[in-house]
Write a protein that binds this ligand. Structure first.
Ligand code: F6P
Length: 560
């Protein structure tokens, strides 16, 4: 009996002539070096650099020729990429396993966009929420919104996890230069009590506003932290404070009005979004409320416009000039033909220190799949492991492996023309701090690409026994993204670029990049196990021997 239920249509992309052509091309190309490719085509650095909005994207240090790109684009056409992009923008249910539209692009579309999906006037609803958010953010920022004791709000604590945390948390760090320094934003996500304790330890409850952000409003971590926050608030406001105080200090962001009400937050103080916004794609929904309070509605709208510029590029640019498309195809090239398993994100900006964590959810929850949309097993690798750290810190930690290790790690370098802080340094005539930062970035991608041969190392007078240790293999691919400055707009452009890259890869692999069934079982099991950790008399565990023993040890450590 065939037990495979079909949830959509899919093809075996690896069985197509386009895939076969790429496999053959890879065999011919895999031993060619970037040195050779650059020597043959001195104009390559310029030719393979393109611009989308303010982002200048250099793809020249990739192990590709024009023929590779032609074949990758043919693969994209075979996979139906253009139709899938159009379907997403149209509001078709491209999230097939959850039977939902995928419309995060509508969250930043201009108010003039005509989009009615499943009977909902999407643009009107999006802008109505945005206007409410802006009004609320202005009232908090101006001091008009006051806490229970009449004091203005000085701290906004976002309680959420995954997509209800990582976007605003990453962006708050990224946009500190644009934020109101009189109001601090904190982000509590982990169910580890440490997170809440440390985030609130120096806050005054009378001046603190909690934003409880959860698409489903059922997430254990978030509801537990929110309950702890309510206790903290009522206790902190002093004896006799009634539940009425909660209304002045709690707002919710969710799609689930009933659960918000049940939790005790007045739906009047709720900012909604819709089930066609996936959790990890929800950053530009009301989930961005805490960020909007921090940076202000004006800067927030600039960020949305940045997103929209790249959305429009994805929608309208021919695939051959479409930067997220090209980036996604290059990722497929390395994952499936070179066997790369990870992808490094190396922002040369301390402000982007949380970008790798944000991208981990975006990319890995989306494309960490092993069955296609139709339920059949995939026949090639999917989903790279994303990781990274800001440069130059990473150089002094893991770049050794990038340069001389045995693993191929495609990398993205991200840098800016102008710093957000002009500080001196560089008294040797070698530029200021930002110049030195960027010189490091350019040096790293050049060394990765071109390396250093044994002859070159020996020519420096290196003792022969050390030569092999100093050879830099090179031929390690990277993308460089340069923007004028880190601003709300360029941050939006960057995030949209990555969002769409994920879509492109998912379409090639014929997987559903918008569901996340793989996270459910662990949640269910945690709920089942919790009583065994706490009950006075340990219940018989219907668990594997390892888990049973770990629970027993834990109970002993907890003195239970
Ligand atoms: O566990 C994964 C997940 O469902 C993510 O997809 C989501 O972003 C996160 O949990 C939080 O979910 P919610 O916003 O419903 O609390």
């Amino acid at each position: 009996m065939d037990t495979t239920a079909s949830t959509g249509t899919a093809i075996d992309i690896t069985a197509t002539p386009e895939w076969q052509a790429l496999a053959e091309h890879h065999t011919a190309l895999r031993d060619r070096t970037l040195r050779e490719l650059f020597a043959e085509d001195p104009d390559r650095g310029c030719r393979l650099t393109r611009q989308v909005a303010d982002l200048v994207v250099d793809h020249s240090k990739h192990r590709v020729t024009d023929e590779t790109l032609r074949l990758l684009l043919a693969l994209a056409e075979r996979a139906g990429l253009r139709e899938r992009i159009d379907a997403m923008f149209r509001g078709d249910h491209v999230n097939v396993t959850e039977d939902r539209a995928v419309l995060h692009v509508a969250l930043r579309a201009p108010a003039t966009t005509d989009l009615v999906v499943d009977g909902q006037d999407v643009t009107r609803d999006v802008h109505a929420v945005l206007d409410r958010m802006a009004d609320f953010a202005d009232r908090v920022r101006s001091g008009e919104w006051r806490g229970h004791t009449g004091r203005p709000i000085r701290a906004v604590v976002n309680i959420g996890i995954g997509g209800s945390d990582l976007g605003p948390a990453m962006a708050y760090t990224a946009l500190r230069a644009s934020s109101d320094r009189e109001i601090t934003a904190r982000f509590v996500s982990n169910i580890d009590p440490t997170d809440f304790a440390e985030a609130t330890r120096d806050l005054d409850p009378a001046e603190t506003l909690f934003v409880v952000a959860s698409k489903t409003f059922t997430t254990l971590e978030t509801l537990t932290n929110a309950t702890v926050a309510r206790d903290w608030l009522l206790r902190g406001l002093g004896e006799g404070t009634d539940e009425g105080a909660v209304a002045k200090h709690f707002v919710a962001v969710s799609t689930n009005t009933d659960a918000v009400r049940e939790f005790g937050i007045d739906p009047e103080n709720m900012f909604g979004f819709w089930d066609w916004v996936g959790g990890r794609y929800s950053f530009t929904s009301a989930i961005g409320l805490s960020l909007m309070v921090a940076i202000g509605p004006g800067a927030y709208r600039e960020m949305l416009d940045g997103f929209a510029a790249v959305d429009e590029h994805l929608r309208t640019a021919p695939l051959a000039e479409n930067l997220p498309v090209l980036q996604g195809l290059l990722n497929v090239w390395y994952t499936d033909f070179f066997g790369a398993q990870t992808h490094a994100v190396l922002p040369y900006s301390q402000y982007l220190s949380r970008l790798p964590a944000y991208l981990q959810q975006l990319t890995m929850e989306s494309n960490g799949k092993s069955v296609r949309e139709d339920g059949a097993p995939v026949t090639t690798a999917t989903g790279e492991v994303y990781w990274g750290e800001p440069g130059t810190n990473g150089q002094h930690a893991f770049h050794q492996l990038l340069h001389q290790g045995t693993t191929l790690v495609p990398a993205d370098f991200i840098g800016f023309g102008r710093p957000n802080h002009e500080l001196g340094g560089g008294d040797q005539g070698d530029g200021d701090m930002h110049d030195l930062l960027m010189a490091n970035m350019f040096a790293q991608s050049a060394v990765l690409a071109f390396g250093r041969t044994a002859e070159e190392v020996a020519a420096d007078g290196t003792p022969p026994e050390l030569v092999p240790h100093k050879v830099m293999p090179g031929n390690r691919p990277s993308t460089t993204i340069l923007a004028p400055q880190l601003t709300p707009s360029t941050l939006g452009q960057l995030v949209a670029f990555y969002e769409h890259t994920v879509l492109v890869e998912g379409v090639i692999w014929q997987i559903d990049s918008f569901d996340q069934w793989g996270v459910e079982l662990g949640k269910v099991m945690a709920r089942q196990l919790a009583p065994a950790l706490t009950a006075e008399a340990p219940p018989e565990l219907d668990s594997d021997a390892s888990t049973t023993e770990l629970v027993r040890t834990y109970r002993a450590l907890r003195g239970r």
